[in-house]
Structure formats: structure tokens, C-alpha cells
Design a protein around this ligand. Structure first.
Ligand SMILES: [Mn+2]
Length: 627
């Protein structure tokens, strides 16, 4: 932390943050009170559960206490019996099996899970399993017939896809022609006509006719279900209690990294998996944790740790180099080799960060200099040779900074001329995929989800694309000042923050997609001391909540309204430390000084610093009370 300084010292120049709009969840006071009473929970926790659609005590108990019994029977999944029958035969006859994966966390972890399960069941001897993880830049996403042909020539008779294959019509045809038995496991949506590739079995809860209760599993979780089914069929005695929990560690990492909603079965996978990480684990995981400076034995790993510290390192392999080494990292028993591979991931991740930072500096300079671009409602920013592995991350960064939908394009030389590769991210309420689809005739390929897209086109068509996207945006995006939505989940006056409550809130972990960290609102908080500016842009405050004032604002503050302290001591001012990243400028706009009254949107933080340890809050937004 830096030295205190006056609030009126100007922060260094930085892009102006987009305006913030607070959206406060509608409270459900009666349902929350009833649930709190029936399930014996703090009211604010009950409120957060009701907002998640949980109103019964039993449901609340299950949500707050995920356990193995919450995992569904894998044989409920359409195609599971056929897939298990075929793999059982392959294992018994020691037929070589090819696992065909993908280069991200989900796709590599899926390979690791199935590889481990099949090798375990196959017993000692040479492995039956080989795998293929495509190279992001050279091969791109999805199966390739040439890989199937090579595998067939090497004696493979069974191919299992993970995290891919749902639309691999031509490759499935190749497999059929070669006499390969193809098992597709994937979570991606089938094509618009619900057509399915020709395969021996397809495991995907999103296909027509599959009644499996959890529809939003990631690719690795579907591989997990297949592994679970194999283990339950072939080693029923050990499967549930012994083997499955250890498989959940890796499945949890993929589930959190792939940003599927952390509810239902995903919540059970993520929560139990993170808990299992406290136990001894394989060489690869150990090396990866060490590289990320995390110690699961000392401190429970959170969803945040996985999403922001582990996943970027694992993903760096596929972004910058060869993802197949991730599979090796998680398969090896050799500690030395594991450390070597983890160190390589570390290096690739640093490289990724540098490449990303350099491109981001260029992009920000361009946004600041070019009034035409910065006035656009949909930003399209292109550069020569930006690393294709980071253009998606760059687009997200631009959206964060500008609150506008953004597409980042890298122009590269190729044997077929100059190619523009684009990746885009959107904001709430704007279907970016529809915008891109309106230019479908320009692309050599495009795809994605409503709010995240990717495409390629010949570079000479870029001016056309930009012109058409600008017109589209003018027709479909309102011309108002862009704003960032801050979703506030519940009101919680600062004097109700206690260690006991913080302990209860931990039971919401793992937090992430579909289970967001609670963001609270405290009205009419009072600055106890002068604000401190840290590193010219961050803010540190000491805030008090005068109990009477927290429900009915008082114009004149008096410490007499505070709870009395122990006898013979001065009246205590119970206050809480608050930090606000990048909020120094906002503090100046609000003319903050001791005694100022503000409404704050915040989350609760536990500071484990030996001297300043304890609960504090992180402010995400503030407004003058009554403004
Ligand atoms: Mn996936």
C-alpha cells in the first residue's frame, strides 16, 4: 500500500470509465423472512437464495451443502449404454482408442478424465489410449478427417470425441468409411435442424430426445459422466466413494473455467471438486498450484482462484503454443517433468499477458486519438499480426473499458492472401451474433454464441464489413451514452457485516457464472476520516454506518446514536475499512471529506494481512446519499 495523500491530487491520465447504472434486485421480504426462519439462516443469505429461486428449507440446505448424492445417474444420458458397451469391449480386447479433444481447459481436461479412467480400467501394460488435441492456429477447432485416417492406419478402431464433434458431419462420414466406431461426447448445440452426425453413440444432453436432467454440463463434465458410467459398470465397489471424488478435482476446474452456470449438477461438481483439492493430488496439479502460488492444503481454493489463476495458465498453452502438453502435465507421475511443464505454462501465460498488454496499449491509444472510432456504437478495431490467441480477450477488455460491444481483428498473411481473423464480445441486450450474421456473405467462416463471436474473411473485404456493421449498429443500438450495469443483489447496512455472516456467505461458494458473488448496497454510510488515494488511482476509506441512520437518513449525524461502548471508554465508532480500485477520480467528483454521506455498492472481503487482517469491503460504486 502507498502513503496517504490528499484526495485532490490529480490521478494520472486514464481513459474515463463508462457511466455506471445500478440495478437493484427486487427484494422478497416475506419469502426471505420465512426461509430465514424455517432454515435458520441469516435473512440476507435467505434473500440471496430466494433471488436464485430457492424458497424451501430443504432446497436451501442442498444448495448450501453440495454432496456426491447430487450427481445424477450417468445412465440417464441418451446413448450412455451404447457408449459404455463399446468401450467395455475395447478395454477387454485391448483395442487402441483415440480421444479427440479441444485446445482449451474444457477440451484438455476432458481428455485427461477419460484417458485416466480407461487406463485405470485397462490395467497394467501399454496404454490403450492415444489422444489428439488440435493446434489452435494450425488446425483450429473441431475434428479433421486426416487425423482419423492416420489413427486408423495405426490400428485405432474406436474414436471418442470430447468437447467437440456435434457438427462434424463430414468427419463422421470419414469414420464410417474407415470402419471406425465413433462415440461423440459434446455439449455444443446441434445445428439448426437438429441434424446429428452418423455415430455409434452421441452423448450430449442438448440433443433431441435426451432427458438427462442437467443441460448445461461443460464438455469435461460429459466426459466425467462417461468415465463415471464406465467405473460404475466395471468397478462398482470403488467407483462412488473412492474413484469418483478424485475425478471431480479436474472436472471442477473445467466446469468453472468453461463458464457454465454453477447451479444444479455443475454446482455439485465444482464444490466437491474444489473440496477434494485439499487432499493429496497428482504431480501435474501439484506443480500447477505451486506455479500459481496457491496452496490448497493451507487455504480452500475458490471459484475465483480457478477462474483467474489456474484457468489462464492452462489456457495459455492452447493460446500461445501446443495444448497437448496440458494433457501430459495432468497425466505424468514424474514430479520433475510436471514441474518443467508447469514452468512452461507459466512462461506462456506471461507471454500471453505481455502480448495482450502491448496490443491493448495500441488499442487504447487509437480509441483516444480517433474520434470516429470512439464515437461508434459498435467498435471494430483491427491490427496487423495481433496474436490470434488473444483477440477474444482483447475484445473483452475493450468492452470492459468502454461498455460498448467490440470486435478485435487480426490481419495475417497466409498462402491464400491476407486473412482477417476477428473475435467479438457484446454487452447486455445486444445480440452480436445477429450483427455478424447480417454480414454472413463476407465470411469464410463464422460462429459463436449470442454475445461472443468469431470469424474469418479475406482482408480486402474488411472495409465492407466495417461499413455494414456500423450501419447495423446504428439501426440496432440506441445512441445513448454507454453505461455499465452494476447488479446489486441485496441491501446490507455496513454495521451488519460480521464474521458470522461472512462465514455463512462462504457457503455460497463456488461463485462464478450463474452464481455471482453477492453485491450489496449500504445507504448513507459516513466517512470517518479523510479519503486516502493509493497509487494515484485507488481509494481507501474508513466508513461508519450509524444504525439509526441506516434505515432513516438523518441530516445531522451524532455519534450519540451509535451503540454504547464498554464503560469508561470513549464512545466507539465502529467503522469498516473500504477499498475502491480505480475510484480515486470518482472520490473527487463526489468531493469526499470526513463526514460525507455516500451510498456504496460493495462486496465483502477478508483481508488476511497479519497486521490489517479482518473484514473489509471492496467498493464497486458510490453515490452521494440522496443524489
Ligand atoms: Mn467446451
Amino acid at each position: 500500500m502507498s502513503t496517504p495523500s490528499a484526495v485532490n491530487r490529480a490521478p494520472t491520465a486514464q481513459p474515463k470509465l463508462p457511466r455506471q447504472r445500478w440495478v437493484i434486485s427486487e427484494p422478497h421480504p416475506e419469502e426471505s423472512a420465512a426461509l430465514a426462519c424455517e432454515a435458520r439462516l441469516p435473512v440476507v443469505l435467505a434473500e440471496l437464495l430466494v433471488a436464485r429461486g430457492i424458497t424451501e428449507a430443504a432446497e436451501a440446505f442442498a444448495f448450501l451443502n453440495p454432496e456426491l448424492a447430487h450427481l445424477h445417474d450417468p445412465f440417464l444420458m441418451l446413448g450412455m449404454d451404447r457408449a459404455v458397451d463399446r468401450l467395455e469391449r475395447a478395454i477387454a480386447a485391448r483395442e487402441p482408442i483415440l480421444l479427440y479433444g479441444d485446445y482449451d481447459v474444457d477440451g484438455t481436461v476432458a481428455v485427461v478424465l477419460l484417458k485416466t479412467a480407461i487406463e485405470m480400467l485397462g490395467g497394467p501394460g501399454d496404454s490403450l489410449v492415444r489422444f489428439h488435441v488440435p493446434h489452435r492456429l494450425r488446425e483450429g477447432y473441431g475434428m479433421q478427417s486426416s487425423v482419423l485416417e492416420a489413427a486408423h492406419a495405426e490400428g485405432v478402431r474406436v474414436v471418442v470425441t470430447v468437447d467437440t464433434g456435434m457438427r462434424a458431419f463430414a468427419e463422421a462420414e470419414t469414420a464410417r468409411r474407415l470402419g471406425l466406431d465413433l462415440i461423440i461426447t459434446d455439449h455444443h448445440l446441434p445445428d439448426a435442424h437438429d441434424a446429428l452426425p452418423a455415430a455409434l453413440a452421441i452423448l450430449n444432453p442438448n440433443q433431441q430426445g435426451c432427458t438427462y436432467p442437467e443441460k448445461s454440463l461443460c464438455g469435461a463434465a460429459i466426459a466425467l459422466k462417461l468415465a463415471q458410467a464406465l467405473l460404475e459398470r466395471l468397478e462398482p465397489a470403488r467407483a462412488r466413494e473412492k474413484t469418483l471424488p478424485s475425478f471431480l478435482k479436474m472436472a471442477a476446474i473445467a466446469t468453472i473455467a468453461d463458464a457454465v452456470p454453477l447451479t444444479g449438477e455443475n454446482r455439485a461438481i465444482a464444490a466437491i471438486g474444489l473440496r477434494e483439492l485439499r487432499r493429496p493430488m497428482g504431480a501435474g496439479l501439484r506443480a500447477l498450484f505451486a506455479a500459481a502460488a496457491l496452496d490448497p492444503a493451507a487455504k480452500q481454493i475458490t471459484g475465483f482462484d480457478v477462474a483467474f489463476r489456474l484457468a489462464p495458465r492452462i489456457n495459455a498453452a492452447g493460446r500461445m503454443d501446443v495444448a497437448s502438453e496440458v494433457v501430459e502435465l495432468f497425466s505424468t507421475r514424474d514430479l520433475h517433468r510436471a514441474a518443467e511443464l508447469a514452468a512452461k505454462l507459466e512462461r506462456l501465460n506471461r507471454e500471453r499477458r505481455d502480448v495482450e498488454a502491448a496490443a491493448l496499449t495500441t488499442i487504447e491509444a487509437r480509441l483516444a486519438a480517433d474520434s470516429e472510432i470512439s464515437a461508434d456504437r459498435l467498435l471494430v478495431i483491427d491490427g496487423d499480426g495481433w496474436h490470434r490467441g488473444v483477440i477474444g480477450i482483447l475484445a473483452s477488455r475493450v468492452v470492459e473499458r468502454t461498455a460498448k460491444p467490440a470486435i478485435v481483428i487480426s490481419i495475417e498473411d497466409s498462402p491464400n492472401g491476407r486473412i482477417a481473423h476477428g473475435s467479438g464480445r457484446s454487452v447486455d441486450g445486444f445480440m452480436l451474433l445477429a450483427a455478424v450474421e447480417s454480414c454472413a456473405d463476407l465470411f469464410t467462416r463464422f460462429g459463436g454464441h449470442a454475445f461472443a463471436v468469431g470469424f474469418a474473411l479475406p482482408a480486402e473485404k474488411l472495409p465492407d464489413l466495417k461499413r455494414r456493421l456500423r450501419t447495423y449498429a446504428e439501426q440496432h443500438l440506441a445512441a445513448r451514452e454507454p453505461e455499465r450495469l452494476l447488479r446489486i443483489h441485496a441491501e446490507l447496512p455496513l454495521d451488519r457485516i460480521t464474521p458470522v455472516l461472512a462465514g455463512w456467505l462462504k457457503k455460497l461458494e463456488p461463485l462464478g457464472h450463474g452464481n455471482p458473488e453477492p453485491l450489496f448496497l449500504a445507504r448513507n454510510a459516513r466517512l470517518v476520516t479523510a479519503p486516502r488515494i493509493m497509487k494515484a488511482r485507488h481509494l481507501a476509506l474508513e466508513l461508519a454506518q450509524d444504525s439509526a441512520a441506516s434505515s432513516a437518513p438523518l441530516s445531522n449525524d451524532s455519534s450519540a446514536s451509535l451503540p454504547a461502548g464498554p464503560p469508561n471508554s470513549p464512545a466507539p465508532i465502529s467503522s469498516i475499512r473500504a477499498v475502491g480500485w480505480n475510484l480515486a477520480e470518482r472520490a473527487m467528483e463526489l468531493y469526499l471529506e470526513p463526514g460525507s454521506r455516500i451510498d456504496v455498492a460493495y462486496r465483502i472481503r477478508e483481508n488476511d494481512h497479519p497486521d490489517f487482517g479482518g473484514l473489509e469491503i471492496e467498493i464497486l460504486g458510490m453515490q452521494a446519499t440522496g443524489a
